[in-house]
Design a protein around this ligand. Structure first.
Ligand SMILES: Cc1ncc(COP(=O)(O)O)c(C=O)c1O
Length: 373
């Protein structure tokens, strides 16, 4: 069976982990954490990057930093992972679900403005499959209404929009280093801060609400509890794995783009013949080769297609189920028909295996399996 995903070692992972375990510092904020943060700060040109234990944690920090209060409204696409909105609901926010575009599967920017009320505090955008949302339009709307934008960039490391890296297009953005992502350390994430004014509070929130960071820098002579917070920082063991992967990002990305392109070319005719849609990459967007998805004409087609590929030794996966129709979504008033494109995507989108360790032979087998359906 060709797995849907398989995390792959690419460089110095074992050596770096051994280095941490041989040192007297296994906890967070050690030398590898600092090296990863510096690497990412340079990559993004960010004011500050803080490693976290997951993208979920980075989103929770975003909710704290944007000072979400009970009753505030947060706009989010219905077609996303639960953490994109749960982080805000945890602070008492009400989720406002917006449908996605049929071409990019990203939040439909044309639907955002009519959802804005005096209670709207934030818009969370998700660059699905590492293809940028229409950020110029989203930013214009947000600016007009004085609303904060947060990029959930779990899929979009190394992607860009009109020449700017995804993750640099809003006040803050989040990354995931879960084992399914392009760069992985098992579980991990990062908060990218693009506004200097967020740095000090973010450091406190991540250190259980204490000013320990200022103490470590010698700026105060003892550290104390100064704000709310939690333990969002990962151990240096995770950071050691992460650094090894970041160092090899060029070869990882090159391989992922090769696979993506081979799929796109190898099944194009079959897709046209079966009314199956391949991903759309709008002009001005460079994608991250995070995933390769197809949009089937119906749920029945998708079920038969997935069973066929399984019988041919290829694992596939569908993706998000509409959040507005989840048990929680319904508690906030979600109903069938609210987000018709999202509902269709939940039933028709299917993802092919995508990881940098896939061999040429495996890619050829996936393509052959698709073409034989
Ligand atoms: C869009 C999006 N946001 C957030 C997350 C959560 O990431 P993590 O598992 O690192 O918390 C995911 C998970 O895949 C995701 O797809």
């Amino acid at each position: 069976m060709i797995p849907f995903n398989s995390p792959t070692m690419v460089g110095h992972e074992l050596e770096y982990v051994r280095e941490v375990l041989g040192s007297a510092k296994w906890c967070g904020d050690g030398p590898f954490t600092h090296r990863c943060e510096k690497w990412l700060e340079q990559h993004f040109g960010a004011k500050r990057v803080l490693l976290t234990t997951s993208c979920t944690d980075a989103l929770e920090m975003s909710a704290l930093l944007t000072d979400i209060q009970p009753g505030d409204e947060v706009i989010v696409p219905s077609f996303t992972f639960v953490s994109s909105i749960n982080a805000f609901v945890l602070r008492g926010a009400r989720p406002i679900f917006v449908d996605v575009r049929a071409d990019t599967v990203n939040i439909d920017e044309k639907l955002i403005e009519k959802k804005i009320t005096p209670r709207t505090k934030a818009i969370v955008v998700v660059h699905y499959a590492g293809v940028a949302c229409a950020m110029d339009e989203v930013s214009r709307i947000a600016h007009r209404h004085g609303i904060t934008v947060i990029e959930d960039n779990a899929h979009g490391l190394f992607a860009s929009y009109r020449g700017a890296r995804l993750g640099t297009l809003a006040r803050m953005s989040t990354l995931s280093f879960h084992e399914t992502k392009n760069i992985s350390c098992g579980e991990g994430g990062a908060l990218i801060l693009n506004d200097e004014r967020d740095i000090e509070r973010a450091e406190v929130l991540r250190e259980k609400g204490t000013n320990r960071r200022r103490f470590m820098r010698g700026q105060v002579d003892k550290y104390t509890w100064v704000d709310v917070g939690s333990s969002f920082l990962p151990s240096d063991v995770n950071a050691a794995i992460l650094l090894a992967q970041l160092e090899k990002h060029d070869s990882i990305q090159t391989r992922r783009h090769e696979i993506w392109r081979e799929y796109a070319d190898g099944i194009a005719k079959w897709c046209a013949h079966h009314d199956v849609k391949q991903p759309t990459i709008p002009a001005g967007c460079e994608h991250s080769a995070h995933m390769y998805y197809l949009i089937a004409p119906s749920l029945d087609f998708r079920s038969r297609f997935m069973a066929h590929l399984k019988n041919h030794g290829v694992a596939t996966a569908f993706h998000y189920q509409s959040l507005h129709l989840s048990d929680m979504g319904r508690r906030y008033g979600g109903r069938e028909g609210d987000c018709p494109v999202t509902e269709k995507m939940s039933d028709s989108l299917v993802r092919l295996p995508m990881w940098n360790g896939l061999t040429r032979e495996q890619v050829a087998n996936v393509i052959a399996a698709v073409n034989s359906f």
